[in-house]
Design a protein around this ligand. Structure first.
Ligand SMILES: *Cc1c(COP(=O)(O)O)cnc(C)c1O
Length: 398
């Protein structure tokens, strides 16, 4: 019989009652070091006092009023994002998929308003993940997710990642823009080369296209900068954010330049919950922490140290791990043995991690982790790797 909670996920048989920083604790008192952070979402870890206080204070005042009225918390949040990024204007919503839907609408709208309604297609990349709504399934382009859901939504072309020639070859008279993850998350922690991001910017400028970036996973401090594209020294025209933006409270955002945002006039887009007082208060609290002097530099420092230690693990267990990928605290260990085996072994050692594409184990801890917790995670990974060592024929023969 079908369970009341629809079984769309293969869930581990674990339920957490509470969390403290980078740790999650089950109701029977087992402690797990959370290097999954709810899929790169619990950016400040669990039970962060500043975030908890901000949510509690706002909940006691007013949670929701709708966008029929001004929302001062959202106005403040939008102002802070425009001050901290390339963006001139921000739209708030509730998830990554919803942000990407709006982003694609904005790309199409900009073209239509600039006199090119025939330009509506968006170039996306193999290995991408943009969400589970009908249009974002097509933007993602993964057959596995599309199967059974009818004809794909029109308007998305896929080319190999990090391949500028393929991008240029795919540009046609109907192309409106490009949508790229600076670091592919679900795809297996595959970073775009900084040169590729710069080339995409130049290509968009050359052809008058809109450059969209999906920073739902790699943004909000993950790489040690507020947004991952900052490493490349170029900016998108429109960008989505979500996951870590409100520390686990559901929220998404579309950040846009004036070129793109100026066409989004009253009535062109909407979201009932989007940027409500409670969500905005949570996101403002997250920004208080992330924009405090030294926070992002510490993410960078901690990430570099963890990266080095993971390289050590790869050298130590070449029959289990083959490669470390990523930047800051969005790291991946490419596995030689099936990644699921490594994830199970990690769980047995008390470490939570997340699977990703290309047989990669994703390590995306809360951004508040420090060296001692990373050392502990590496020790757990080492013990997990020992559990996964393939049995050599020699040993088997004994
Ligand atoms: C998770 C994710 C999404 C989808 O976000 P949801 O909040 O699950 O809708 C979109 N893009 C990227 C890069 C993601 O990692």
């Amino acid at each position: 019989m079908i369970p009341p909670l629809m079984p769309t996920y293969n869930r581990a048989d674990l339920a957490f009652e509470r969390g403290e920083g980078a740790w999650l604790i089950t109701d029977d008192g087992r402690r797990f070091l959370d290097f999954g952070a709810g899929i790169a979402t619990s950016s400040l870890g669990h039970n962060h006092p500043h975030l908890v206080a901000a949510i509690a204070a706002q909940a006691a005042k007013v949670m929701h009023t709708s966008n029929l009225y001004r929302v001062p918390e959202a106005e403040k949040l939008a102002r802070r994002f425009t001050e901290a990024t390339f963006a001139d204007s921000v739209f708030f919503c509730n998830s990554g998929a919803e942000a990407n839907e709006g982003l694609v609408k904005m790309i199409r709208k900009a073209m239509a308003e600039e006199g090119h309604p025939e330009r509506y297609r968006v170039i996306c990349f193999e290995g991408a993940f943009h969400g589970r709504t009908l249009a974002m399934l097509s933007a993602t382009g993964n057959e596995k997710y599309l199967k059974g859901f009818g004809p794909p939504v029109q308007g998305f072309d896929h080319v190999p990642f990090n391949n500028l020639n393929a991008v240029r070859a795919a540009i046609g008279p109907e192309t409106a823009g490009i949508l790229v993850e600076p670091v592919q998350g679900e795809g297996g922690i595959r970073p775009a080369s900084l040169e590729f991001l710069r080339d995409l910017r130049a290509t968009c400028d050359e052809f008058g296209l809109v450059l969209g970036m999906d920073e739902v996973q790699c943004g909000m401090g993950r790489t040690g900068k507020l947004f991952a594209h900052e490493w490349a020294g170029v900016t998108p025209d429109v960008m989505s954010a979500a996951k870590g933006i409100a520390g686990g409270f559901p929220m998404g955002a579309i950040l846009a330049t004036e070129r793109v945002a100026s066409h989004m006039t009253a009535g062109t887009h909407g979201s009932t919950f989007g940027g409500n007082p409670l969500a905005s208060a949570a996101a403002n609290a997250v920004l208080d922490v992330m924009l405090a002097p030294g926070f992002l530099a510490e993410v960078d420092r901690t990430g570099r140290k963890l990266h080095r230690d993971l390289e050590g693990l790869v050298a130590e267990f070449p029959s289990v791990f083959s490669e470390v990928r990523g930047a800051g605290l969005i790291l991946g260990l490419r596995c030689v043995v099936p990644q699921g085996e490594v994830a199970s072994a990690c769980l047995a050692e008390g470490l939570l991690a997340v699977n990703a594409g290309e047989n990669v184990l994703r390590l995306v801890p809360p951004l508040i982790v420090r060296e001692p917790e990373c050392d502990e995670a590496v020790a757990m990974l080492r013990r997990a790797a020992r559990r996964c060592l393939p049995v050599t024929p020699k040993v088997a023969a004994k």
